[in-house]
Design a protein around this ligand. Sequence first.
Ligand SMILES: [Zn+2]
Length: 468
Amino acid sequence: MSVQPPLERILVRGGTVLTMDPSIGDLVDADVLVEDGRIVAVAPDLQVTDARVVEAAGKVVLPGFVDTHRHTWQSVIRNIGSDWTLGQYFTGIHFGLSRYYRPQDTYIGNLLGVVEALDSGITTLLDWSHNLETPDHSDAAVQGLLDSGARCVFAHGGGASMWAVPSSLPHTRDVLRLKEQYFGSDDQLVTMAFAARGPQFAPGETTLADWALARELGTRITVHVGDGEWGRTGPVRWMHEHGLTGPEVTYVHCNTIADDEMQIIADTGGSASVSADIETQMGHGWPATGRLLDAGVRPSLSIDVCTSNGGNMFNAMKTTISTQRALDNAAVTAADEQVGVRLTCRDVLEFATIEGARATGLDAVTGSLTPGKKADLVVVDTTDLATTPLNNPHGALVYSAHPGLVQTVMVDGRIVKDRGRLVDVDVDRIRRLATETRDHLFEQAARSESIPDARADGTWMPSAASAG
Ligand SMILES: [Zn+2]
């Protein structure tokens, strides 16, 4: 997609428009006008005659979803760990299959993962890329993002040897080369961030050196904290004591960090990424949504690893709201109080859109249908049997919708999914390359000493790395 077609003037006409912009609100039977890649007007009955029309009657129009943390390279080994714990994931993937990735495997993992995301209405994806053993792997990862047509943040997280916990290997300075080669401007579709191991996954001195490199790079920083037993060691407190907290940092998971650490995140202007599907599946602890809200942090949402869970935001939203409501209901039931609702469907839609934009530093660009922002939007069919009649658009999106209802997806003012079909995407090629890569990885694993029992049929159960 290096040669882009010219931008069109586009009118998205007659939809229920959820702008996620509090000054505009939700509009029924309204239009969205797009020019030169940007939203220029959101209002009922815009008088425009010379634009390409996307009919949105009977549909909901909303900003494209933002996934703030996905290890996209793993798309080709999706669901391999759907019955695994976090400890088994480390053994099977990080200390196992990851080492057999060639650059072309990283490329197709990224392309498959981002195109899958686009198809389901995710227009911005932070690729938390932590299997970049060589510069060639990094180049391939970036190329996969560039070829996808999505708005992406390439968050460089180093390679498997850096993730041999605990490793004192420094984060590669190749990040500086990558920034210069690919990310010269902030005003481009794919930008860069630094994905740091942080105090849970690297010795203190190594973490300090990693942060110094991140600050030399001059990008935002994303770090895992509070996932499982590993997270009870006070990682955020340690970061704060060493001057590593700040508004440029996104804290991924946060399940098991202490209340004072939640408060540090809030007080220093940090953002959070909740991956409710994976956290409830693998044993990270309860999703931290409510505790973050109590501390004053409105979280973003993320998919994390498709090795276990699905890659779309509808699932993530539903698990986020279901788990938090269960926790809230359990607390008031235990206290013999009246059950009420404090987390709404609209809140969760904000987490999936504008809060994601904030957590990736892109809230001036995307995350709401605000005139002046880039045109990243989604049209969801609500005439389907699952969603008709439309009585509550927020509830329909969070509890009833699914990727199959995503009719139109626009990124940067270009339609990448039109009437339910991806535009200019060779799905057969992606499927073929992804399958070849999957076969390569398992052939290599079968010859290895560490994971000779690896199989892609759902029966492989690695031993579990212990929390330490
Ligand atoms: Zn992660």
